[in-house]
Design a protein around this ligand. Sequence first.
Ligand SMILES: NC(=O)c1ccc[n+]([C@@H]2O[C@H](COP(=O)([O-])OP(=O)(O)OC[C@H]3O[C@@H](n4cnc5c(N)ncnc54)[C@H](OP(=O)(O)O)[C@@H]3O)[C@@H](O)[C@H]2O)c1
Length: 288
Amino acid sequence: MMILITGASGNAGRAVLDEVRKSGAEHRAMYRSEEEAKKAPAGTTAVIADFADKDGLRKALDRVETAFVVCSPIPQLVELETNVIEASREAGVKHIVLNSALGAGDYPKSFPSWHRAVEDKLRASGLGYTIFRPNSFMQNIPAFVAPSVRQQGAFYAAMDGARTSYLDLRDIGAVIAKALISPADHASQVYELNGPEAVTQAELAERISRACGRSVKFVDIPEEEQRKAMLQAGMPEWQVDALLDLQRYYTGGQGGGVDDVLERLLGRPPVMLDQFLAEFKNAFSSAA
Ligand SMILES: NC(=O)c1ccc[n+]([C@@H]2O[C@H](COP(=O)([O-])OP(=O)(O)OC[C@H]3O[C@@H](n4cnc5c(N)ncnc54)[C@H](OP(=O)(O)O)[C@@H]3O)[C@@H](O)[C@H]2O)c1
């Protein structure tokens, strides 16, 4: 049973590929460039294709029964992922496992609304499906919080006392791989994935401080100030709008849920935030 993993150069795709590869299941990883395809791990067959190119997709989907679909959080996501769903149907794929996002069920804005549009297309396609709606990745913390912690010992956002239920992308990869390997066990399921605990940004600062052994502060700032800083850092306006709209989902009281869905699917306890921060503590040190 051939499994295709798209987005194999990206964060989510890499985590899923890692788990599928470890399972020994027959699989193929899809990349957009030769350069990325060369990084495919041993035992993984690489294929090069773009979601915008039907011919390339046809080759990538040859003999595929189950496909993992993920795309960068860009405005073209709806069109690009829809192309993959259509090409999959034409190629005889039986089941798609879709990477969506928390909020796709109830937030008609920002990234969640784009993911919801794709979910609706997938559900209407007649293909078998499993949808994963993860909350915020723990990996966002070293990627987006650490740079200002390194430079200023502080991080800033208009998050007030909102809670986020962070989860480790490696745990997400593990449960998505299970659905790819045994799709019948997860058919027509929509899994909202939260972490094992939810923290405010001030609590996150305390946790980072403890992990790194030095004082790190969270500074709550007005949204307008955050917008200005993001634009000044060179972020395009659409992305600033989408990120701030998503942030309002959290400040509006969503995204702080904790439940046992992830643990149940994993069949073991998920990675805890303190464990994760201890592992990545060097990302916060000024020498990083
Ligand atoms: N960060 C979070 O906390 C979070 C939480 C929930 C959900 N999500 C969702 O998770 C998804 C994936 O996030 P990520 O961090 O894994 O993103 P990422 O690292 O940017 O990876 C996206 C992947 O999509 C590929 N891709 C982009 N355009 C493509 C195209 N035209 N054809 C084929 N492949 C294409 C990229 O390939 P290249 O390397 O060639 O560009 C890359 O492999 C996003 O949709 C996001 O909304 C994120």
